[in-house]
Design a protein around this ligand. Structure first.
Ligand SMILES: NC(=O)c1ccc[n+]([C@@H]2O[C@H](COP(=O)([O-])OP(=O)(O)OC[C@H]3O[C@@H](n4cnc5c(N)ncnc54)[C@H](O)[C@@H]3O)[C@@H](O)[C@H]2O)c1
Ligand SMILES: [Fe+2]
Length: 403
């Protein structure tokens, strides 16, 4: 009885959030796209009168020389730059505080997030701290807690997965409690997003696959949730189509520029969909795998996605069938139930072909109650999932991920 009342209360909350999200003025970044488009960013920064930008990235990308082209073109346009490359995968509050100190000491007036979701998110939250020096990172956890604007922010994704270049979200880990949490605010939306597929050519296959499955998870969770709109549905279906057509191609041949372009777009569309329509239990559980064990975000999502889809298959059947049709999966004559099953099988098959395991090696049985509690605390009441999960169901699902 109490449980059914709770579920009803969650649904009321979600309907209010849906109405709000339809009315909110989501800012749209200007998108610069195509091979070599990163070269156009510096001009756009200098036109805005910015003099010194903090380039937030990670060591791997600096060592690969991937950031060099951007730095050169900033110099050509008379924009000074300082590189902050201390961002780790699953970035931490310490990374943010270090970056913020560099921003302040160097007298920067804008930020470029250059890399995967980790540097882009770190850049967003450095910006939030710069704009709100009186608020700690923790105080900004949740929805619409960033009080004052952030400095101009520009994002250059080098993975095709998170969609952070278009979302209102920054995800951060508290290294002390191993808790990973999101800060979501319209003010975190970048001014410009650069989709340059040439930056993704050297992405190793295992990162191509896992980040690509993150993009798919965004599209799927946004689409099967109850808070979609015609806009988010269109973006989610198009992202699914592109990913089904191109992810395995990009995995097999990293230099396939068309496949890289498709994936960069799919990632942007997945981000556009979920930032308005939310994610679901896949993300809620995956965030714990990142926070507790450092499992890469996309990898955790890829492994968890089929489990969550099996859990909600009955309630989400029609939408899973629509995703199958968008992805060219199954045959036209098949009924919804068969298509929904085929969609889940397709995801399992892609995982297998791309070497993604079916279990999470680091997961420890004794952590399962904590993981389930934290996951549901993240998901409830906001995530508009097709089927609401109880604690016992969540624990059982996570147990299914044990190696
Ligand atoms: N803000 C959002 O909307 C949002 C959405 C989903 C996920 N996330 C967060 O994003 C983070 C994950 O981001 P990610 O999956 O992009 O991974 P990442 O940024 O952690 O990068 C993973 C690894 O790939 C390397 N790499 C990146 N680009 C490369 C390239 N072009 N060539 C070679 N190596 C490259 C990086 O150096 C790093 O070692 C997580 O913290 C996740 O929670 C944020
Ligand atoms: Fe994600």
């Amino acid at each position: 009885m109490l449980w059914s009342m709770k579920k009803r209360a969650y649904r009321v909350n979600q309907r209010v959030m849906k109405a709000a999200s339809l009315m909110l003025p989501f800012p749209q970044p200007v998108v610069l796209s195509g091979p070599g488009s990163v070269a156009k960013l510096a001009e756009n920064i200098s036109i805005r009168g910015l003099e010194h930008v903090l380039v937030v990235t990670d060591r791997v990308l600096v060592e690969l020389g991937l950031v060099d082209g951007l730095l050169r073109s900033l110099e050509e346009h008379g924009v000074r730059h300082t590189v902050f490359a201390e961002v780790q995968p699953n970035p931490t509050i310490e990374n943010v505080e270090q970056g913020r100190a560099v921003y302040r000491d160097k007298g920067c007036d804008g930020i470029v997030g250059f890399g995967g979701g980790s540097p882009m998110d770190c850049a967003k939250i450095i910006g939030a701290r710069v704009g709100n020096p009186f608020m700690s990172v923790r105080m900004m956890k949740g929805l619409f807690k960033v009080f004052l604007p952030i400095p101009p922010l520009f994002c250059v994704p080098t993975t095709a997965g998170t969609g952070s270049e278009i979302t209102i979200v920054g995800v951060i880990t508290d290294a002390k409690t191993h808790e990973k949490f999101a800060i979501s605010d319209l003010k975190l939306t970048p001014k410009i997003a650069v989709l340059d597929p040439t930056l993704m050519v050297g992405l190793p296959p295992h990162i191509t696959s896992s980040t690509g499955m993150d993009a798919l998870t965004h599209a799927v969770e946004a689409f099967i949730g109850l808070n979609g709109s015609p806009y988010t549905d269109e973006k989610a279906l198009e992202a699914t189509r592109l990913i089904m057509a191109s992810l395995e191609k990009a995995y097999l041949d990293g230099s396939d520029l068309q496949a890289r372009t498709d994936m960069a777009l799919a990632s942007l569309y997945g981000g556009a969909a979920f930032t308005r329509a939310y994610v679901g239990y896949v993300h809620a559980i995956a965030h714990n795998m990142g926070g507790l064990y450092g499992v890469p975000h996309g990898l955790a999502n890829a492994i968890i996605l089929p489990h969550v889809l099996e859990f909600c298959r009955h309630d989400a059947q029609a939408k899973l069938a629509a995703l199958a049709r968008a992805g060219g999966i199954g045959s036209p004559g098949e009924d919804e139930e068969a298509l929904a099953r085929a969609f889940i099988e397709q995801i399992k098959g892609m995982n297998q072909r791309m070497g993604i395991p079916t279990t999470i090696a680091q997961l420890r049985a004794e952590d399962i109650p904590l993981i389930a509690r934290r996951a549901l605390a993240e998901a409830h009441p906001e995530y508009p999932v097709p089927t609401i999960m109880s604690l016992a169901e969540c624990e059982a699902l996570v147990r299914g991920l044990l190696a």
